[in-house]
Design a protein around this ligand. Structure first.
Ligand SMILES: Nc1nc2c(ncn2[C@@H]2O[C@H](COP(=O)(O)OP(=O)(O)OP(=O)(O)O)[C@@H](O)[C@H]2O)c(=O)[nH]1
Ligand SMILES: [Mg+2]
Length: 326
């Protein structure tokens, strides 16, 4: 029986055991005590975080095809790479796993590439929380670069995508695709745009639409996301994309924005962890009865949500000693 102890899994994973790495990630995904133990071990080892590249866009935009190509470029550069393919819409990792594995098959025998799919299992927020943790696991075991592929359709998915140093937003030619990306909140998180499927009509128009939107939103002196036209299935535009990724990373390092970004990500993560823990603890008060009672009071219109929250928080404070382990 393979060990599930985070410490031995981490040591094995650091020594190059990919199966152990897979199991360690499963431990992190499942949460609870073992995940906390893993997090404590991983955090100090992940301080030398390598580059984290996010690739996002609408379903079917060509994210996996581009990821596959970018993985080749990273490997050609002599770096190892971990790929996190995140499928927020699917409760079954099987589907995501299959699709992404097929597209990245040629890397499956390469020791320098580790590919992992993650699905929601019903809780989008959980996935958003697990993502930075899994990125740290990949860094801690010595993978130089991490690529996160995720479908960018809603706020939380966009949040998942923004766990990267450089976020690539993939759009396709066609009327209004740039506008759709804008509506989904992708314009704000994009550091690089790829107009993929440029073998189809309308790529130039989509590029113009994006450029026009950037004209309105990017202030002078700010990073202006380059727009790369690509036909990923033919490898076209990939060198340009690689150059754009390099330019953006140089910019991050030069402007001290890299550290600032990572700091903001950690602060956001801290806030999310705190909210999660507090909600969990409050729901557990009196075996869940207090949550039920006060929720009922709110639904009945007797007290407002803020007051109920204050009452619950106060009870939480008196429920346990200040230094009690949580
Ligand atoms: N014509 C054309 N087809 C492409 C191009 N890039 C990708 N495709 C095709 O588009 C389809 C979707 O590509 P994927 O790379 O799986 O797209 P994805 O964004 O990862 O899809 P999901 O992960 O399912 O959201 C596949 O059939 C690809 O072969 C391109 O540049 N031109
Ligand atoms: Mg995909």
């Amino acid at each position: 029986v393979p060990s599930r102890d985070p410490e031995s899994l981490l040591l094995a994973a650091m020594a190059g055991d990919r199966a152990a790495l897979g199991r360690l990630i499963s431990v992190v995904e499942r949460g609870g005590g073992p995940a906390r133990h893993a997090a404590r071990l991983v955090f100090p080892r992940a301080r030398q975080l390598g580059r984290v590249i996010g690739i996002t866009g609408a379903p079917g935009a060509g994210k996996s095809t581009i990821t596959d190509q970018v993985v080749s470029l990273i490997r050609a550069d002599g770096c190892s790479v971990g790929v996190l393919a995140i499928d927020p819409s699917s409760p079954f990792s099987g589907g995501a796993l299959l699709g992404d594995r097929v597209r990245m098959q040629r890397h499956s025998t390469d020791d320098g590439v580790f590919i992992r799919s993650m699905a929601t299992r019903g809780h989008l927020g959980g996935l958003a929380l697990a993502t930075p943790e899994v990125v740290r696991v990949l860094a801690a075991v010595g993978l130089d670069v991490v690529v996160i592929e995720t479908v960018g359709v809603g706020q939380i998915e966009v949040e998942v995508a923004s766990n990267a140093d450089t976020t690539v937003v993939v759009v396709n030619p066609g009327w209004g695709d740039a506008v759709q990306a804008n509506k989904a909140g992708l314009l704000e998180i994009a550091d690089v745009f790829v107009v993929n499927k440029a073998d189809r009509p309308g790529a130039a128009q989509t590029r113009q639409d994006l450029a026009a939107m950037l004209d309105m939103s990017v202030a002078r002196g700010q990073w202006r996301p380059p727009i790369v036209e690509a036909t990923a299935t033919e490898g076209k535009g990939m060198d340009e994309l690689w150059a754009a990724l390099g330019d953006h990373y140089d910019y991050l390092e030069r402007s001290a924005e890299l550290g600032a970004r990572r700091g903001r990500r950690l602060r956001r993560e801290l806030a999310e962890v705190l909210v999660r823990q507090m909600e969990r603890d409050v729901r557990a008060l009196a075996d869940g009865r207090r949550w039920e009672q006060l929720s009922a009071e709110v639904t009945a219109g007797r007290i407002d949500p803020y007051e109920a929250a204050e009452l619950l928080r106060a009870e939480l404070g008196s429920d346990r000693a200040p230094n009690a382990p949580s």
